[in-house]
Design a protein around this ligand. Sequence first.
Ligand code: SF4
Length: 123
Amino acid sequence: MKGLILLDIKTIKMQDKNLKEGKTSTIIPAAITTKGEINKTRTNGVNEKEFEILHKYVKKIIKQIGKEILQGKIELKPYNYKGTTPCKYCKYHSICGFNTKNNTNKYQYIENLQKDDIIKKME
Ligand code: SF4
């Protein structure tokens, strides 16, 4: 499964109680070695410091979005990551009318960055 998890064996075992030594979880992005340690090559995780940076950043962005919504700022600016956009699956397209042929409708392109670079940018 995609996503991030805290690089902490207790947390990993609590998130997937059925995860056995030497196996990769089917429900979280983590794996455990046969010795019962985190398999870092098969785990997509962040350490506590990185988790704190992510937590603070997400909190800040949520506050910012909340303020903008209250100010009536609701831009049509869906993400575009390597050509994938949410519009393809969105039920509201007929209502929002997003169309790149309209010069004011533009995607928010997401850079293809590595996890460490993303954490640095957030910091
Ligand atoms: S179709 Fe419209 S509402 Fe849906 S994701 Fe795209 S821009 Fe947003």
